[in-house]
Design a protein around this ligand. Structure first.
Ligand code: MCA
Ligand code: AMP
Length: 505
């Protein structure tokens, strides 16, 4: 049988069911998704895209682009979504590395991208925030009929770039089996059915919004209300029509501040899910006090999809990420030798299962370095498993900042800052931020007094780095604290700046 993700979703789907409704009332049924994806798949073929070709997409969030994702999968292409905040400088790397056949972008970016795309022989088509543009025009002239391309479960469906603690971003290669197995595990664990209505307020260029939210809906025949982005007022207004909300912790820290969040307003809701970054136990408790509902926290990674989840029935324990999903094995190992540690000891979390990616795009050495000989993937997250089997994440061995659910790798920001005139060296850290979880702070040593300044650094970074990576504060200091080995002691800096974003009581 065809193992193409598209075929697995749609072969038995009830095509009359609602799939997506937008805030302005536009509706797409499962049948519409089949018909429109057929047109887009034929458009891909007309553009010369063949199975295995990458298709890079940086557009606003619309139902059309989500259906285009389905079309890429259906046509056997490899979907490569890109954060809308990425600058041309950042896009040049992703496009150069992935060598897509086609790039789809907002019309405003077309001119800037044309030359970057041409370097790898790709062409650019456009899609705007209303789902219109040259790609839609091309699809409009195509037939709906399209025979879904035969794929093996191990064939690639998507590449998602994830930054690295050292060096350049790596493309995580995700297969049809990775995505399908994880969606089915989540449908089962979270009890999704065709009656569910998901309030979809996440971006669709990351695992959370694209796969966790969308594929879970698709595999259960559920529907979603599609918001262009998260906004607490809009979420509260639409909540009465939904049964499930999925979000990053910032959604919940903002919702608990909303006067409309009450027991009554959420009584009909079946499930609130949080992930992508640690949910503070305090937020968990505040939310439960206000609504009587316990947020269900789960844990995943771009490379592995979802690994663990708090239970649907049973205790959703604040500060933990629950149990391994069906079919997924999680162990705690000694970071140095990979030997499994006894229950209750802290070590690096390692994961194995059908959810785990097939490697980094064109980086076999990096792939090999992150797997143990017995196939476990080394997450770089530090965790512990308690006597009841609940997994908790207690830290990270990788130098990573998570800001509003977006990952920022200090090394990348430090390299950019170190390259600026007047800068001797820098250290980038994450410190507690009331809204975003962590805020990015750069601590910089100037070459000479007055040789650089916060405004000069921020101005230079803004065209090179996505906005969410740009430090919220730059401190100019005389020197960086170092240990006897000469390594910068970031823990001391984190301590020094820990109250920077604290809201005065
Ligand atoms: C927006 N800004 C940010 C962030 N988002 N800065 C730092 N970190 C951010 N996350 C910038 C904006 O460009 C703007 O800049 C300023 O901050 C204020 O924006 P604001 O309106 O407050 O923010 P927002 O637009 O409301 O966005 C906050 C958000 C959003 C809703 C939390 O960041 C979001 O939707 N995050 C979800 C990320 C996500 O999906 N992560 C999943 C990754 P200026 O002031 O210059 O205009 S997948 C993953 O991690 C794994 C696999 C997993 O387990 O799920
Ligand atoms: P990404 O590379 O965007 O896939 O981000 C994955 C990382 O996000 C993980 O390695 C964790 O460090 C972090 N993460 C995801 N979910 C959680 C969670 N529930 N609690 C703590 N950290 C999380």
């Amino acid at each position: 049988m065809n193992e193409n993700l598209f075929d697995r979703v749609f072969r038995d789907a009830d095509l009359s069911r609602l799939f997506i409704e937008t805030v302005d009332g536009r509706k797409f049924t499962y049948g519409d998704a089949v018909a429109l994806s057929g047109k887009y798949a034929n458009a891909l073929r007309a553009k010369g895209v063949v199975p295995g070709d990458r298709v890079a997409v940086q557009t606003e969030k619309t139902p059309e682009i989500l259906i285009f994702y389905l079309a890429c999968v259906r046509a056997g292409a490899v979907y490569l979504p890109l954060n809308t905040a990425y600058t041309l400088n950042e896009l040049a790397y992703f496009i150069g590395d992935a060598e897509p056949k086609l790039v789809v972008a907002d019309p405003e970016k077309r001119a800037g991208l044309a030359e970057i795309a041409a370097r790898v022989g790709a062409t650019v088509e456009t899609m705007d925030a209303a789902g219109k543009g040259s790609l839609a025009d091309l699809a409009a002239g195509q037939k709906e009929d399209f025979a879904t391309v035969e794929r093996q479960g191990s064939d690639l469906a998507a590449i998602l770039y994830t930054s690295g603690t050292t060096g350049r971003s790596k493309g995580a290669m995700l297969t049809h089996d990775n995505l399908a197995s994880n969606a089915l595990a989540l449908v089962e664990t979270w009890r999704f059915t065709g009656k569910d209505v998901l309030l979809h307020a996440l971006p669709i260029y990351h695992t959370h919004g694209l796969f966790v939210a969308t594929n879970t809906v698709l595999f259960s025949g559920a529907s979603m209300i599609f918001l262009p982005k998260f906004d607490a007022d809009t979420v509260m207004r639409l909540l009465p029509r939904a049964t499930v909300l999925m979000g990053v912790p910032t959604f919940y820290t903002r919702l608990v501040k909303h006067p409309g969040l009450t027991r009554q307003a959420t009584a009909h809701m079946r499930l609130f899910v949080s992930g992508s970054a640690p949910l503070l136990a305090e937020t968990h408790r505040e939310f439960e006090d206000l609504t009587g509902q316990a947020i269900l926290e789960r844990y995943g990674m771009t490379e592995t999809n979802m690994n663990t989840s708090n239970p649907y029935d049973g205790d959703r324990v604040a500060g933990t990420v629950g149990f391994p999903l069906p079919g997924v094995s999680v162990r705690v190992a000694n970071p140095d030798d990979g030997k499994e540690l006894p229950q209750g000891e802290i070590g690096v979390l390692e994961v194995k299962g059908p959810n785990v990616f097939s490697g980094y795009w064109r980086m076999p050495e990096k792939t090999a370095a992150e797997f143990r000989a017995d196939g476990f993937f080394i997450t770089g997250d530090l965790g512990v498993i308690d006597e009841r089997g609940y997994v908790s994440i207690v830290g990270r061995s990788k130098d990573l900042i998570i800001c509003g659910g977006f990952n920022v790798y200090p090394k990348e920001i430090e390299s950019e800052i170190d390259g600026l005139p007047g800068v001797d060296e820098s250290a980038v850290i994450g410190v507690s931020h009331p809204d975003l979880g962590e805020g990015v702070v750069a601590v910089v040593v100037a070459k000479a007094p007055g040789a650089t300044s916060e405004p000069a650094i921020l101005d230079a970074l803004k065209d090179r780095l996505a906005r969410f990576k740009v430090p919220r504060h730059v401190a100019i200091v005389d020197d960086l604290p170092r240990n006897t080995m000469g390594k910068v002691q970031k823990n001391l800096l984190r301590d020094q700046f820990k109250d920077l974003f604290k809201v005065p009581a």
